[in-house]
Design a binder for this molecule. Structure first.
Ligand code: NAP
Ligand code: G4F
Length: 326
């Protein structure tokens, strides 16, 4: 039986990836931090909480990683753990760097020492492109110009992954994934904040929704589709980096409009208020990925159209509140 280690198993992508690997008969190890009250809600949502073997560890604690890699010797390691919220990365720049940059070096070093044949996946991001925008889209050849401490930390991790591949011949690769969302997306991220906010307004629990800049454009896909690309990258003959995106871009405002419409509320302008607290010191104005390489080499393509994604998220949040009231 193949085995895999997933860091960040309690986040959004971890549960979707774990579900996919369990369906392929993998034994899945999930690394979690020490909690006073662990939150398994996202794994519960997908019904797989009891199918995973949990191990305590932290990306910033290199000894914990050395022990985990030595004991498990996973065939595949998916490094999804991160301080992944761009907005907080200005306030907690050092912590973001320690987790997202140095943490990845810690993990790669542990693999090199104790399990050098493990295949390694690094969760790289379109935030690395930032202002880099070739011909209106970004692909594997677009230069990086990150705009946040988060983006910068991910550029370090990305190049460290490339360097372990080139220096030691390790099977290490990065998926440069554009924004991907789902009903278990963290509540701070704009799509879930909107779907949750719309649901609260719909069921009478809120009167307004406070947002920052509505003009930035994002290439939003469904997380369930994107974890398939992660898996496929580690099944290749040789390690390479791939952009994973839908190729479509929409403003935050378009997401808002569609979310309210889906809930049957026409006049979204009456509910959405601008709040400067949610604006960023430096913005990434336009992300739109070109995933031709992944489509050709991995046979991967996005399956969930933008309107279906918005609908899925809004309906799931409305159902959550309706179920609570039963
Ligand atoms: P997420 O929901 O924020 O999950 C991140 C997970 O990392 C959480 O479970 C968190 O644990 C864990 N974590 C944080 N710090 C850690 C540490 N020091 N040691 C061990 N675990 C730690 O993120 P996601 O949306 O699933 O994204 C997965 C990965 O893809 C992240 O690396 C993210 O940066 C990257 N990415 C995401 C997107 C996207 O659109 N979703 C796009 C491109 C790249 P706790 O539960 O303890 O907080
Ligand atoms: O949902 P967001 O916070 O996601 P962002 O910053 O694009 O980052 C996400 O995608 C990256 C991939 O490109 C990942 F690497 C990263 O880990 C994360 O998953 O914000 C999206 C846009 C931004 O332009 C932001 O300024 O929405 C804008 N926005 C407007 N009002 C808001 C809000 N964002 C948030 N979170 N909250 C608001 O009230």
């Amino acid at each position: 039986m193949a085995n895999a280690l997933i860091t960040g198993i309690l986040g959004q992508d971890g549960p979707y990836l774990a579900k996919l690997l369990l369906e392929k008969n993998y034994k899945v190890y999930g690394m979690i931090r020490r909690y006073s009250t662990p939150q398994f809600d996202n794994l519960d949502y997908l019904g797989i909480t009891n199918k995973i073997e949990y191990i305590e560890g932290d990306l910033t604690d290199d000894a914990s990683l050395l022990n985990i890699i030595k004991n498990v010797r996973p065939q595949e390691v998916y490094n999804l753990a991160a301080q992944s919220f761009v907005g907080s990365s200005w306030e907690q720049a050092k912590l973001t760097t320690e987790i997202n940059a140095v943490g990845v070096l810690n993990l790669l070093s542990a693999i090199k020492l104790f399990s050098p044949t493990s295949k390694f996946y690094q969760a790289s991001t379109s935030e690395m492109f930032g202002l880099g925008n070739d011909n209106g889209y970004q692909d594997e050849n677009t230069p990086f110009h990150p705009r946040s401490p988060y983006g910068i930390s991910k550029v370090y991790a990305h190049w460290m992954t490339v360097n372990f591949r080139e220096s030691y011949g390790m099977f290490a690769c990065s998926g440069i994934l554009f924004n991907h969302e789902s009903p278990i997306r963290g509540i701070q991220f704009v799509t879930r904040k909107i779907s949750d906010g719309v649901a609260k307004i719909k069921v009478g629990l809120a009167k307004d929704l406070l947002l920052g800049d509505l003009e930035p454009k994002r290439d939003w896909g469904f997380a369930g589709d994107y974890v398939e690309a992660m898996y496929k990258m580690l099944q290749q003959e040789k390690p390479e980096d791939f952009v994973v995106a839908t190729g479509e871009t929409h403003t935050v405002k378009e997401f808002v409009e569609l979310a309210f419409k889906t809930a049957g509320i026409d006049n979204w302008q009456s509910y959405v208020k601008s709040d400067p607290r949610f604006k960023r010191p430096a913005e990434v104005p336009h992300l739109q990925g070109k995933s031709d390489k992944a489509q050709k080499a991995l046979g991967w393509k996005p399956k969930t159209p933008f309107p279906d994604l918005v609908k899925m998220m809004v309906e799931a949040d409305i159902k959550r509140y309706q179920d609570k009231n039963k």
